[in-house]
Design a protein around this ligand. Structure first.
Ligand code: ADP
Ligand code: MG
Length: 708
């Protein structure tokens, strides 16, 4: 948990799902993917290649075959990451793979079956169990957000109006890095609450989609959890650590076919997987290490995951595969992608006392409310004591909890006593025969007012208490707010399971290291007793190296083929876009007057934040528009200066030339000019001009066209 930067590579694990019923009858039994769990290797066989061709082998941090349990994946590969988040690191898990290979199964799983619950529900459980078991001097604040990226638009899944609202924007601040502006964030006080948040988001996701399968294969879902923890440090002050966890279910990684698609649909198709191809480019650039520029800004997804890839975060990538021979190409692509991601280096560090910690603000607000409340109660107690004739003296600011409760009780008693007293006084006034009716009324009114004041005071105190309690309940205190229902035996079992997971991981790492060392040191160890033996050993080695060479040659050919394919695709897209552009040029050159085109061109500016061209508004901003608002005096009610002669001609309405004056706004304009301020001032002038003008119908005509 050192605060200093330390480098750490992205952990990559691969999971292969079982063959499904449709795939079983076709292809070889068991599929084309083999796994060596002990070594963390995936062996892929090309169903179209001759048996002599060597199989492709990839090594990862861990591999999970068709029989793997959700729990195993969690304990071995995810649990350490969540522990880091709870200690104040940023963490990201993303599931990458072709549609239907088990990304959602891995991330969410089957919620109702404890055996099949995925990474997300297990992480929820982990976080809240950790809080319930931590020491009572720790305070926690847990928040959750849920968003989806679809066609390069960010949608807030926790906002009830997200369907109608425009996509959210990304912003960047030097302190927190890239964040989503106006994203809903829910404070979660328990496991149940955070599950509810997830549910709401999942439903919102399904509502917008006509076909959920298709939708989920084209959109990225990000569930974000922020855990803030405050704990007194050795210096006696409370220190806050903030861990942010991104749980990402990516869109299907399969190639989206763009062939035969035109116009708007082409643009749409190009946008759907923009984020995913940008992610690929970012990973390549980072894995390469040589290229200085990493194209984070190319897509929303890569900007949001900027810290997770090559920055301040610990990252786990789960690549999912299907075992069917039909999908050999996609499976190979996924494995290559995952293999590249292994080389990304991150620099995770603990986020200590960041300026924007919400927990700090909450603590301050709670302290403020508490002080206010205490002040009120002390005042009431003081009055009560005076009423009872007791000498009252406040001894210092320190008060224990028991004392506080007593004060609260006394304050309540005081309120009751006051009420009774006022009631009695009122009664006495009513019964008093010696008073005049008027006097009585006045006194009664006075007492009534006092009662009202008292009640208002009481209400204010109640409101303050409610606010204080609500605020306080949001902060989770270690070992207090959440009750841990697991018994000792279960706890022991959990710990043992974690130990086993830890051991398996260690063993695998060792095996992998041994394998590498074996190859390197083979030569050094060997001493030969006879020439014959030496020849044998060297031939064996030669064979080994030869197969390796063949493997690499095949790899080079594969990669080349892939490049050619993607280049062809890009060229095709480019051709289609060029054709589209030519059409637009044709229309512009032939149907839009050059001066209008120039005017529009001058008004256009590119907004890199939103990745869009924007028209500058015709009406200048408030500060510049002062002179615009004023109309030349010579032309009250008209757009331009107008001669006396023309005005007379309009008034009599004979000459058609003057009638057309000032009727239409002839300039081309893509946007509706916001003329509200202009209109307001012109309205009064319009009324003036009406008195001059004896033809009200024409006047109306002018006004209407202006409003258009
Ligand atoms: P994706 O989200 O990648 O498109 P899904 O998670 O929806 O894929 O999985 C597709 C199907 O395969 C689902 O019916 C799921 O239950 C099943 N499945 C995926 N992975 C596994 C697994 N490891 N074990 C059993 N079934 C799985
Ligand atoms: Mg899915």
């Amino acid at each position: 948990m050192s605060k200093n930067k330390s480098r750490e590579s992205v952990k990559v694990v691969v999971r292969c799902r079982p063959l499904n019923r449709k795939e079983e009858p076709n292809g070889p039994a068991g599929g084309i993917v083999q796994m060596d769990l002990r070594l963390g290797q995936v062996i892929l066989r090309n169903p179209r290649a001759p048996p002599s061709e060597p199989q492709k082998t990839f090594t990862f941090d861990a591999v999970y075959d068709a029989n793997s349990k959700q729990r195993d994946l969690y304990d071995e590969s995810v649990r350490p990451l969540i522990d880091s988040v709870l200690a104040g690191f940023n963490g990201t898990i993303f599931a990458y793979g072709q549609t239907g290979t088990g990304k959602t199964y891995t991330m969410q799983g089957v919620w109702l079956d404890p055996e099949k619950r995925g990474v997300i529900p297990n992480a929820f459980d982990h976080i809240f169990t950790h809080i319930s078991r931590s020491q009572s001097d720790k305070q926690y604040l847990v928040r959750a957000s849920y968003l989806e990226i679809y066609r390069e638009e960010i949608r807030d899944l926790l906002d009830p109006n997200h369907g109608s609202a425009r996509g959210l924007e990304l912003r960047e601040s030097p302190e927190t890095g890239v964040y989503v502006q106006d994203l809903t964030s829910c404070v979660c006080k328990s496991l149940k609450e955070i599950e509810e948040v997830m549910n709401v988001g999942n439903q919102a996701r399904a509502v917008g989609a006509t076909d959920m399968n298709e939708h989920s294969s084209r959109s990225h879902a990000l569930f974000l959890i922020t855990v803030e923890c405050s704990q007194p440090g050795p210096d006696g002050r409370k220190h806050i650590r903030v861990g942010r966890l991104n749980l990402v279910d990516l869109a299907g990684s399969e190639r989206q076919t763009k062939t035969g698609v035109q116009g708007d649909r082409l643009k749409e198709a190009a946008k759907i997987n923009l984020s995913l191809s940008a992610l690929g480019n970012v990973i390549s650039a980072l894995a390469d290490g040589r290229s200085g520029h990493v194209p984070y800004r190319d897509s929303k997804l890569t900007r949001l995951l900027q810290d997770s890839l090559g920055g301040n975060a610990k990252t786990v990538m789960v690549a999912t595969l299907g075992p069917a021979s039909l999908h050999y190409d996609e499976t190979l692509t996924t494995l290559r992608y995952a293999n590249r991601a292994k080389n990304i280096q991150n620099q995770p560090r603990v986020n200590e006392d960041p300026k924007d910690a919400l927990l700090r603000e909450f603590q301050k607000e709670i302290a403020r409310l508490r002080a206010q409340l205490n002040h009120r109660r002390w005042r009431s107690k003081q009055k009560k004591d005076q009423l009872e004739g007791e000498g009252w003296e406040r001894d210092g600011d320190e008060e224990t909890e028991g004392e506080e409760e007593e004060v609260e009780k006394e304050a309540e008693e005081y309120m009751k006593m006051e009420e009774q007293r006022l009631e009695k006084e009122k009664e006495a006034i009513r019964e008093d025969q010696s008073m005049l009716a008027e006097e009585k009324q006045r006194l009664l009114g006075e007492k009534e007012k006092m009662m009202g004041d008292l009640r208002k005071q009481q209400e204010a105190a109640e409101q303050l208490t409610a606010k204080y309690k609500a605020m306080e309940s949001k902060l989770l205190v270690g070992g207090k707010n959440i009750i841990d229902h697991t018994n000792e035996q279960q706890k022991m079992l959990e710990i043992k399971r974690q130990e086993i997971a830890e051991q398996t991981r260690g063993e695998r790492e060792m095996q992998q290291q041994m394998l590498v060392q074996d190859e390197e040191t083979l030569e050094l160890k060997e001493t030969f007793t006879s020439l014959q033996q030496e020849v044998e050993a060297k031939t064996k080695k030669l064979k080994k190296l030869y197969t390796k060479l063949q493997c690499i040659k095949a790899e080079i050919k594969d990669v080349n083929d892939e490049h050619v394919r993607s280049r062809q695709e890009l060229e095709q897209t480019q051709n289609e876009l060029t054709r589209e552009l030519k059409l637009k040029y044709l229309i512009i050159e032939n149907f839009i007057p050059p001066e209008e085109k120039n005017k529009i061109m001058n008004r256009l500016t590119f907004d890199p934040e939103e990745d869009q061209w924007k028209l500058k508004s015709l009406v200048p901003a408030e500060s510049e528009s002062l002179q615009m608002k004023k109309r030349p005096v010579s032309a009250v009610g008209y757009k331009r200066p107008i001669s006396q002669h023309a005005r007379a001609a309009i008034a009599t309405g004979h000459h058609s030339r003057y009638r057309a004056e000032n009727i239409m706004f002839l300039e081309l304009d893509g946007t509706l000019p916001s003329t509200s301020s202009v209109d307001r001032s012109s309205d009064s002038e319009m009324n003036q001009s009406r008195s001059l003008d004896d033809s009200p119908t024409k006047d109306k005509g002018v006004r209407k066209s202006r409003a258009l």
